[in-house]
Design a protein around this ligand. Structure first.
Ligand SMILES: Cc1cc2nc3c(=O)[nH]c(=O)nc-3n(C[C@H](O)[C@H](O)[C@H](O)COP(=O)(O)OP(=O)(O)OC[C@H]3O[C@@H](n4cnc5c(N)ncnc54)[C@H](O)[C@@H]3O)c2cc1C
Ligand code: FES
Length: 256
């Protein structure tokens, strides 16, 4: 039987957790919970001005509480309007969508690398890996001190290093620099963040390590129908929404 993709979800709570950054908890009683970490929800904005849904990664999931949560940063009008949604409102949510992060059952030590709004999908992944007994280390990069979120949550998973672009908190500089400075070793890496960060991670580790990168490209339909999210890979053009957003290290082709 084909899975139903659209769900009506009641907003249970909205909380500001950092500069222009919110965590929204959704009542997901009707949604399936058998998804991979790293998949995303395509959320329709209740404000009728917006035609397109906005894709947001699943930050955490609790089957016991029938809850899914997302974390989002206000970037434009769509996310600004999402921040106005009050608890009790019903949202139309399509998903979970995308491929998600494959779990390497033979990996003993895993490195999570997140940048800004790429941090959220790594938390649910880290929780699942920790449950399997995998050693989890996280390196998370943010613009500045006020933008840092969920440090405490990641610390519950294992060693967590925070970097900021301006040095106002944690290490000063890029996540790739912190990995080298701290001499972090691992079997598999999982990364999500802005394209320049993913490219730097890819160029540093492809051919040397196993790893998976999640690309948060701009999207339209989110379900593979409009070809608006094509990205070049070694196997040709692929749709980020359905063939990804997760690709293996060395798979994506970057252009200058
Ligand atoms: C698979 C996937 C997962 C995502 N997960 C999260 C998440 O967990 N948390 C989160 O905060 N955001 C996430 N995003 C990004 C989020 O979807 C966008 O920030 C949001 O759609 C912007 O909508 P807007 O109307 O506020 O901004 P718009 O008005 O559409 O854009 C405002 C500005 O942001 C830029 N922008 C918009 N979308 C993106 C994007 N995808 N990448 C880079 N720049 C963009 C635009 O170019 C513009 O400059 C994800 C995107 C994808 C594709
Ligand atoms: S967003 Fe339409 S095909 Fe990917």
């Amino acid at each position: 039987m084909k899975k139903r993709l659209e769900h009506k979800m009641r907003v249970k709570g909205q909380e500001r957790i950092a500069k222009e950054t919110f965590r929204m908890t959704l009542d997901a009683a009707q949604a399936p919970f058998d998804f991979l970490a790293g998949t995303f929800l395509n959320i329709a904005l209740p404000d009728g001005r917006f035609l397109l849904r906005r894709p947001l990664s699943i930050f955490s999931a609790s089957k016991e509480r029938n809850e899914l949560s997302v974390i989002y940063k206000i970037l434009g009008e769509g996310t600004r309007s999402l921040a106005q949604v009050a608890p009790g409102q019903i949202l139309s949510v399509v998903g979970p969508l995308g491929t998600g992060f494959p779990i390497q059952s033979d990996a003993k030590r895993v490195l999570l690398i997140g940048g800004g709004v790429g941090v959220p999908p790594l938390y649910e992944l880290g929780c699942r890996l920790k449950k399997e007994g995998t050693q989890v280390t996280s390196v998370l990069g943010f613009r500045d001190r006020e933008s840092v979120f969920c440090e405490a949550e990641f610390q519950t998973l294992g060693n967590t290093i925070i970097c900021t672009d301006d040095g106002s908190y944690g290490d000063h500089g890029l996540v790739t620099e912190a990995i080298a400075t701290h001499g972090l070793d691992f079997d598999v890496l999982y990364a999500c963040g802005p394209s320049p960060m993913l490219r730097a991670v890819d160029e540093t580790f492809q051919g040397k390590k196993k790893g998976y990168l999640s690309f948060e490209e701009r999207m339209a339909c989110g379900i593979g129908a409009c070809y608006g999210c094509m990205t070049p890979t070694k196997a040709g053009l692929r749709r980020v929404c359905t063939d990804g957003p997760v690709f293996s290290l060395g798979e994506v082709v970057y252009h200058d």
